[in-house]
Design a protein around this ligand. Structure first.
Ligand code: FES
Length: 70
């Protein structure tokens, strides 16, 4: 599903960027250009980042031998 229509950025791409270290909306904005046009996607993009960071932290805390750089 597209989150940022102006820049054709999908939720999947945002989740992947989070896994590569874009753990804040600011970093995502800088890396993928999300929110650089009309800005209507900012809230949804920030929500995707926040939720995926939380999911990855939960995985990290339950799997001692699996550590993501968060
Ligand atoms: S929908 Fe993301 S900048 Fe317009």
């Amino acid at each position: 599903m597209y989150i940022c229509i102006c820049n054709a950025v999908t939720e999947r791409e945002i989740r992947h960027a989070v896994e590569l270290g874009c753990t804040s909306y600011k970093k995502l904005h800088d890396e993928l250009g999300v929110g650089t046009c009309c800005g209507k996607c900012k809230k949804d993009a920030a929500r995707v980042v926040k939720n995926h960071v939380a999911e990855l932290r939960a995985v990290n805390s339950s799997c001692g031998d699996f550590n993501l750089a968060l």
